[in-house]
Structure formats: C-alpha cells, structure tokens
Design a protein around this ligand. Structure first.
Ligand SMILES: Nc1nc2c(c(=O)[nH]1)N[C@H]1C(S)=C(S)[C@@H](COP(=O)(O)OP(=O)(O)OC[C@H]3O[C@@H](n4cnc5c(=O)[nH]c(N)nc54)[C@H](O)[C@@H]3O)O[C@H]1N2
Ligand SMILES: Nc1nc2c(c(=O)[nH]1)N[C@H]1C(S)=C(S)[C@@H](COP(=O)(O)OP(=O)(O)OC[C@H]3O[C@@H](n4cnc5c(=O)[nH]c(N)nc54)[C@H](O)[C@@H]3O)O[C@H]1N2
Ligand code: SF4
Ligand SMILES: [Mo]
Length: 895
C-alpha cells in the first residue's frame, strides 16, 4: 500500500478570488497545502494567506461542544432549545420577531438551507448577512442597471483588457492572486493600470496612474468621465439606442457639474484628470474593477451606477476585456447572493417584491408560507434587536460585535436580547461571549460544499479532516433545527449534494431565460458527480454557458439596460470636533477578526499590532511621534493603536485596519468608532468615512514581551497580543508605572523552575526580565520610557531555540542579536520570514535594485509573491535614502 500523502482538491476559504488548493493529507491526518495547478482561478498560485492555511488547521481555540449558558450540553438538548425558543417567540410575537444574521463565509448549501427556513417556513425575510457590509451596493447597482444582480466579467477579461481601472480596491493585498494575474498580463500586453484610491496602497505603487482622490468623490469623478465620453465622441450610439434607456437624464445630471468643479471636488490635478479621461475614452478594452472603496459608502450604489454608466455609454460590456467588475470579498459572497441571503432578495435571483416570484418559490419549496416583504437589513436588524422588536437571533459565521458599525450598540443589543444563538468554529470571539447557545460548526477542511468566486465560478470545498469534538456542518445544524420546528419534509437532506441539486433545480424552475441565474445543468448531479464536480462558471445550462450580455440583452422588462442618474452628493462638512476622516480596511496577512489568521505565527508577523496610518502633517500638530501610540475618538467610541507615519496616506485621513478585537488588543475594535450611516438604496453602511479626532496616548512606559503561554490578563492600559512560533509576542504601554516591576513581570511570566533573570537601570527607568525552564525561554519582558527598540524578531525566535549557556541567556536579556547578526525587522515576506532590515541591507550592501535581485539573494517574494509590491517600495525608499542624507519616507510596516 502507498502510505504517501493523499491529495484532496478544495478551495481556499479566504477571499473571493476562490483559488484552488490541494491539501496533501499525510497518513497521520496532518495536511500540507499547495496551489492547485489545474484550478482556473489561480493555476497553482497562492497568496500569503492561502500558503499558510496549514497553520490554521489546528484544534486550538475551537468551539468543540454545544454550550447552553456557558455550560457544555448535548446536541439534542441544544437543538431542541433553539427550535423551541424560536417557535415560541414566533407563536407569541409573529415571524418578524426572530432573525438570522449570516455570512458570505458559509457554503452555498449552508446558506440555501438557512434562507429557505427563514423566508419559506418561518415566513419572514429577517435574514440578512455580513454581505450587507460588503456587496449590497454592488447588488443594488446591478439590479438598477441590469434588472438583475449580474456581474458580467471574468478573470480573463482582466487579462485581456488594455486598461484596468481599480476603484476603491487594494487588489495587491486583498485579492493577491488576481493581482498577480493582472501584473503578469501587464508584463505581456502592457496593460495600463489606473488606481483610484485616496491612499497610496501597495496596489497604487504598481499602477501607471494613481488618482488619490478626496474620500467620497468617486461619483463626481465618474460623472465627469461620462460627460467627457459623450463630448469626445467615445459613445457607442448603436449600443446606446439599441440596448439602453435613460441616457438623456443621466447625461444632464452628469453635465451639471463642470470640469473645474470636478477637480475641486476630487482634489485631483487637472492634468491627471485629463489623462484618465482621455485614456478611458480612447481604450476599447477597459475593465473597471471596484471593491469596498466604492460599496462601503453612503452613496455606494450611486458610485456603482456612475461606473456602469460609463461602460454602457461606450458599449463596453459583455465583450472580451471589457466591463464593470465588482470584485467580491468573501469566499462565498457570490453564492450568498445566488441563494438570496440578503433580506431584500428571494432565492435564485428572484425578487421578493414580485408576487409571481414569491409564488413560484413557495410552490417549489412546498412551503407553508413565504415572506411577503423585505426583512430588516443588518444595521436596522441590530437596531430592532436593541429595541426589542427582534427577540430571538441566530448568528452564523460572522462576528458582528467587531465588524458592524456602532459596534458598541450592537454589543449592547446582544446583551439585552432574550435569546442569542451563535454558530461558530471559534470558542472565544467578541460575539460568542454574548450567546445563550453556542453551536460548534465544522470548519474549512472538515465539510463539503460549494462556493462561488468573484467571476461566478462555482468550486467545491472538500473535507479532508475530521471535525474536532462534536462540531457539525452548518447546513446540518440548520436543517436539524428546522425539523424540530416541525418542517421535517422540507429539510430532509442526506447531504450537501442533495441541497445543491435542489438549489440548481430552483434556479431552473419556470426559468424561460428571464432569469440570469440558471444552474439547470447541475440539477441532475448525483452524489458521485458532486464529489467530482469541476470548477464551473454560471450560468450552467448544459453545454451552453454564454458570455452574459454579449447579445445586448439585459434582465429588465424591456431587456434594455438602464442608465441611472447619479447626482454627486455635496462633500461632507468637516466637523471641528472630529476633523479627520476615518478610513478603514484590510492588512495583507490578516483576515477580518483574526479568528483564523491570528493562529498563524507567520501571518501575525507582518502586522503584529493595530496600526493607525497618518500623514505627517496630521501627526505633527497633534504631537504624535512616529512609532508612538495614538488614541482615536469618534462620537461613538474609541480605540488605541500604534501610529505609522505614511507618506502615502492622504492628509486629513487616517487609515486603520479592521482586524483587531478584544481577543487580541486592549482597545482596538475599529467599528466601535464607525457610525452606522447607510446608503439609502442598498442599506450598506459607510464604513470608510466616519469622522474622528486623534491624540497622542500619554504613555509613562512602554513594554515588549515574548511569552510561551498566553497570559490570563495583561496589567497594562494598552496591549496587543500576536502569535509567535512557540508562544506570543505582546506590546504594552501604561499611563502610569506600576509600583513594582518585578511583581508586574511575575504576573505575566509563567512560574519558571530556574528563577527570574532581571536587569534594572533605575536612572533611565529600564527594566528587563527573562525566565527560563531549563534551556528553554518561558518569557522575556522589556520595559522603557520610550517605545522599545529591541530586536523583536530575534526575541520571538528565542522561544523556539535552546539557550544553553549563561552567555546566551544574557544576550537574550540584552534584547538584540549580536552585532554580526542584525535584527531582521518587521516581516515583509511571510513565506520565508524575511524582514524589512534584511531587504534594505540587500539593497545597500548587496546592490539589489530589483525585486528579482532581492529574491535571488534572500528568496523573499519568490513563493507566493504577495510581498512583491512592498519589496519594490523598500528598494525605492532605501535607494533614495542612500542617495541623500535626508530620510524621505518611513516604511508603513512598523516593527
Ligand atoms: N488580506 C485580506 N484580504 C481580504 C480580506 C481580509 O480581511 N484580509 N477580506 C476580504 C473581503 S470580505 C473583502 S470585502 C475584500 C475587500 O477588498 P478591498 O475593497 O480591496 O479592501 P479595503 O481595504 O476594505 O478597501 C479598499 C480601499 O478602498 C479605499 N477607499 C476608502 N475610501 C474610498 C473612497 O471614497 N473612494 C475610493 N475610490 N476608495 C476609497 C481604501 O483606502 C482602501 O485602500 O478583501 C477580501 N480580501
Ligand atoms: N470598519 C470596517 N468594518 C468592516 C469592514 C471594513 O472594511 N471596515 N468590512 C466589512 C466586510 S466587507 C466584511 S465581509 C465583514 C467581515 O466581518 P465578519 O464576518 O464579522 O468577520 P470574520 O472574522 O470573517 O467572521 C467570521 C466568523 O465565522 C467563524 N467561522 C469561520 N468558518 C466558519 C464556518 O464554517 N461556520 C461557522 N458557523 N463559523 C465559521 C469565524 O470563527 C468568525 O468568528 O466586516 C465588515 N466590517
Ligand atoms: S488570493 Fe489568497 S486568500 Fe484569496 S483565494 Fe487565493 S490564496 Fe486564498
Ligand atoms: Mo467583505
């Protein structure tokens, strides 16, 4: 028998690129992970997060058993209780008194069952999803323009375009493999890339033109473009007259703002504006890809339509290398839209507001009832929980106490809600702590199902390890509750294949071509072919999988696309109390609330602390120095993080990643500050434009520690914890020094067998402690008045090496490697753990002046490639610094 690894093909559970992954499962059950060379999304490539997937295949931190009020319970009791409390609440207060809040990280099969239970059997549409925070404006924009939520592009279109416009998308960090495909295409065909983002991101660093527009001025920019396209004769008059309606009114709205006003509104230099408009006008093959900088805005839907208008007027849609491309964030954001997981959608792209659609779905489901009107959208849903209208809430695969705006109110709503159920894979999350019932879900690698990526490609996720404890797949948990609520016939599935068959059959049911979403070709898949299902793009109609909109036919009643007038909203008025714009988003190596990436030492090394990126001109007048701590405050809440002075940060804006929670930091929940202002059409909250003020955190002391064991609590006003190999690294600071540093150290360090090594310098108030267990480091703590300049990578490495001699232990207490081995600095390349200082040294002493040369010397950037834009930036900055004695830029990654 061959005892070698068993390869299992599956799909990455992180971003919407939907890369194919092969898990090589060893006979002992452990798995290694590599890119699937045959998957059409990635052809073998993986980014830093995908490459580190094996790190998160751990039972650490998992929710293993159902719990009721914090105590372990059997599945039967837990499911019985959930079914009974939901049924009783519905009986007493009606179907709208209960709600589900679900997620684009559920598999299509999980999602389908949850939506069916709520809309068809409970009879309410009170099911909304975290996609409301993510894709809702794109959905609304598509429906206004096309009559359906149709995203017409594919990844090949990005490769076949001559101009790619990236609007509000940090593709290099958020969809890294797609970004690499784009960069490879640029090498080949010389694609011009324009990035429209207030920040100079890693993506913008690689662009031909970066338009650092004023936050929120996208509609003005694209209205101006529409007017220019019309005036310059770039319009496709045949397409406009044959396949669209509404151009006149839309043009009038667009032309209402003059060129000089556009320059003023966007803050862009006139030559840059002209260059963009002319480029767009003259290039036939244009893809405009957009993401959260567009969707997460109070005028997000208008932004989407302003972009689509420019593609409609030029007829650049439904053709190779052309179209508006909404890039989805979550692995199954698209699948969630297909099953109708949003509170204002029905299943299979049918419309909740259409009586015929409602009747059709009800008949197909043989449902006792069907939701008659749209349910509560996320922000309103939590408001209804807060004011008692919703009395029983089931949260699945999302962490709203961290990711919803006005997160403090969301948390308060959960505290007072009579019945909260949370299905999660992680035991300790900021949301789980408020659950009455916790249900352990099977995680990635433990369950079977499908996901749909940004280009509408359906791929299988396959199980290759057993769920730990008593965890079960989400679809099964929901179906079990549905059966106990008296709906056995509708939820009698024997596995995910049966659910997909039903989903596919519903998409085909009475579908005479009037509906875009059509999986009729999958309605007959048997269990075997489901197991083998190869990635496929929808529509799947047997042999015929046409390019959508190629025939100029849309899904409106008259089959014409609609131009939508998008009057530019007036610029936000600066408030004297909160003068700064709070831009929020993502870091390269973390995923959302870090429940999984936070388990990986190498992913945690890229950004080990909540960072606050500011422009020097905003920091200096506030007395905020580089590398110190800063407190941010809005009308809704506060947070504290480490400041990075970044020259790519727009003056007047502060950027904060969304990842840190109460599990990893003292006070860094970014959404505690974000206001719950929503787009009136889509209900999507404006998560990137709250108003805040910043001030220096007055720290009397700063500390850094590496610890083998996670401390139960950290006695510091500020702290941030990150995983390191063999333990944890901790940043700390306090407003006042504790009375006794040795006591402080003892509280953090495990009690070591061999006592505590200590060093005190009373004059400069520096204190250092190290504890060893034999030759193993149990922990080391460094305290100083100023932010610490110790070698963090060296110290973290100390947790996994032996320290046999007294000299070796003392060197550790010195906080630095010897002069012969300089500290590598903050990790840039997480695959090979190469730090910023090593790359800079490769430039200064190694003469490496290209990403390739750095790769040849250090390997950095040669595996997943996610760090290549940063390496390019470090080369540029180091070379400039070498050329002039003045320090020109401070690198964005703090160490
Ligand atoms: N590493 C990593 N990758 C991820 C995720 C993750 O957590 N980590 N999450 C996934 C998910 S769910 C999503 S939705 C995607 C998000 O992917 P992206 O949308 O690319 O990421 P964000 O960082 O949220 O925001 C994108 C950019 O919008 C810009 N922006 C802010 N305001 C404006 C504005 O008014 N106009 C314009 N034009 N731009 C603006 C911000 O400066 C930011 O650089 O990423 C996915 N991929
Ligand atoms: N300020 C600000 N806020 C934002 C954003 C922003 O850009 N700025 N972005 C928004 C966007 S686009 C998004 S998508 C959201 C994301 O925000 P969330 O959805 O809240 O973030 P995640 O950390 O992905 O939460 C997923 C949860 O599901 C659990 N989980 C993982 N796999 C499974 C599974 O198979 N089953 C079950 N039941 N649970 C599972 C994880 O442990 C985790 O607790 O945040 C939004 N919030
Ligand atoms: S780009 Fe990275 S995170 Fe996204 S699916 Fe591919 S490997 Fe996963
Ligand atoms: Mo998202």
């Amino acid at each position: 028998m061959d005892a070698g690894p068993r390869p299992v093909r599956t799909t990455c559970p992180y971003c919407g690129v939907g890369c194919g992954v092969i898990a090589d499962v060893a006979p002992d059950g452990t798995a290694a992970v590599r890119g699937d060379p045959d998957h059409p999304a990635n052809f073998g490539r993986l980014c830093s997060k995908g490459s580190a997937l094996a790190d998160v295949l751990t039972d650490e931190g998992r929710l293993l058993y159902p719990e009721i009020e914090g105590k372990r319970a059997g599945w039967d009791r837990a499911l019985e209780l959930v079914a009974r409390r939901f049924s009783e609440t519905i009986a007493a207060h009606g179907p709208d008194s209960v709600a589900f809040y679900v997620s684009g990280q559920m598999l299509t099969e999980d999602y389908y069952v949850a939506n069916k239970l709520m809309k068809g059997f409970i009879g309410s549409a009170n099911i909304d999803t975290n996609s409301r925070l993510c894709m809702a404006s794109a959905v609304a924009g598509h429906r206004r323009a096309f009559g359906a939520d149709t995203m017409p592009c594919s990844y090949e279109d990005l490769e076949e375009a001559d101009l790619v416009v990236l609007v509000g998308s940090n593709l290099a960090w958020c969809h890294p493999v797609l970004f690499q495909r784009l960069m490879a295409a640029k090498e080949k065909r010389g694609t011009t890339i324009v990035v429209i983002d207030p920040r100079r991101t890693a993506t913008a660093e690689s662009a031909d033109l970066h338009l650092a527009l004023a936050p929120g001025s996208d509609v003005a920019l694209f209205n101006g473009l529409l007017a220019h396209l019309w005036a310059s004769g770039a319009a496709d008059l045949g397409f406009v007259s044959g396949h669209t309606s509404g151009l006149d009114a839309t043009l009038r709205a667009a032309e209402a703002i003059r060129f000089a006003e556009i320059a003023a509104a966007t803050g862009l230099a006139v030559p840059d504006l002209v260059r963009f408009y002319v480029l767009f006008a003259k290039t036939e093959r244009v893809v405009t890809a957009f993401s959260m900088g567009v969707n997460q805005a109070a005028d997000g839907t208008d932004k989407v339509n302003a972009i689509i208008n420019c593609h409609l007027v030029t007829g650049r849609i439904g053709k190779p290398g052309a179209g508006p491309f909404s890039i989805t964030g979550q692995p199954n954001a698209m699948g969630g839209r297909e099953v109708g997981g949003l509170a204002n959608q029905l299943a299979a792209h049918m419309a909740l507001e259409e009586p015929a659609d409602r009747d059709r779905v009800r008949r197909f489901w043989r449902a006792p009832r069907i939701a008659e009107r749209a349910g509560l959208k996320a922000v309103d849903l939590f408001r209804a929980v807060a004011d008692g209208r919703v009395k029983a809430l089931w949260i699945m695969a999302t962490n709203p106490v961290d990711s919803m705006p006005e997160a403090g109110l969301v948390e308060a709503a959960l505290v007072q809600c009579p019945f909260v159920v949370v299905s999660d894979v992680t035991r300790n999350t900021d949301t789980a702590r408020h659950a009455d019932v916790l249900l352990p879900a099977a995680a990635w690698g433990e369950k079977d199902g499908t996901v749909t990526n940004s280009e509408r490609r359906i791929s299988r996720q396959r199980a290759f390890r057993l769920p730990p404890g008593e965890a079960r797949p989400d679809w099964r948990i929901v179906a079990d509750v549905a059966r106990r609520m008296g709906h056995a016939p509708g939820f009698d599935y024997d596995g995910p294949a049966a659910i997909l068959r039903e989903h596919a059959a519903l998409s085909a049911f009475e579908n005479d071509g009037a509906r875009d979403f059509d999986l009729s070709g999958l309605a007959g898949v048997d269990d075997r072919s489901y197991d083998r299902l190869a990635p496929v793009r929808w529509p799947v109609r047997g042999d015929d999988s046409p390019r959508l909109f190629a025939d100029g036919q849309f899904y409106t009643a008259d089959r014409r696309a609609r131009f939508v007038p998008t009057p530019a909203s007036p610029p936000a008025v600066a408030s004297p109390e909160f003068p700064l714009v709070h831009n929020t988003g993502r870091a390269r190596d973390h995923w959302h609330t870090m429940t999984r990436t936070g388990l990986s030492p190498r992913l945690s090394a890229h950004a080990a602390e909540p960072a606050v990126e500011m422009h020097a001109d905003d920091a200096a007048p506030r007395g905020i120095l580089p590398g110190t701590l800063v407190e941010l405050r809005s009308a809704h809440g506060r947070m504290t993080g480490r400041v990075t002075i970044a020259d790519g940060q727009r003056k007047g804006s502060v950027f904060v990643p969304m990842h840190w929670t109460d599990q990893h930091a003292s006070s860094a929940r970014v959404d505690a500050l974000v206001e719950a202002r929503t787009d009136p059409v889509s209900g999507q909250p404006a998560l990137k434009s709250s108003r805040i003020e910043a001030r220096a955190f007055a720290a009397a002391w700063h500390g850094f520690a590496v610890l083998r064991d996670r401390p139960a609590s950290i006695p510091a006003d500020y702290w941030a914890l990150a995983r390191a190999a063999g333990g944890w690294r901790v940043e700390m600071a306090g407003a006042a020094a504790p009375p006794d540093w040795t006591e402080f150290a003892r509280a953090l360090l495990p009690s070591p067998a061999s006592g505590l090594l200590a060093y005190h310098d009373a004059a400069s108030d520096r204190h250092r402690f190290a504890a060893f267990d034999g030759d193993r480091l149990a922990g080391a703590i460094f305290i100083a008045r100023a932010p610490l300049a110790v070698g963090r990578a060296f110290l973290a490495g100390g947790l996994t090496t032996a320290h046999q001699t007294p000299a070796e232990r003392l060197r550790l207490l010195a906080g630095r490697a010897g002069p012969d081995t300089p500290d590598s600095g903050a990790v840039v390349c997480s695959c090979f753990a190469i730090g910023v200082n090593q790359i800079a040294a490769a430039v200064t002493s190694g003469g490496c002046m290209s990403v390739e040369a750095v790769g040849a010397l250090l390997q950095a950037g040669t595996n997943c490639g996610s760090c290549r834009p940063e390496i390019r930036k470090i080369i540029g900055e180091t070379a400039r610094r070498e050329a002039t004695p003045v320090r020109l830029g401070v690198h964005a990654v703090g160490d």
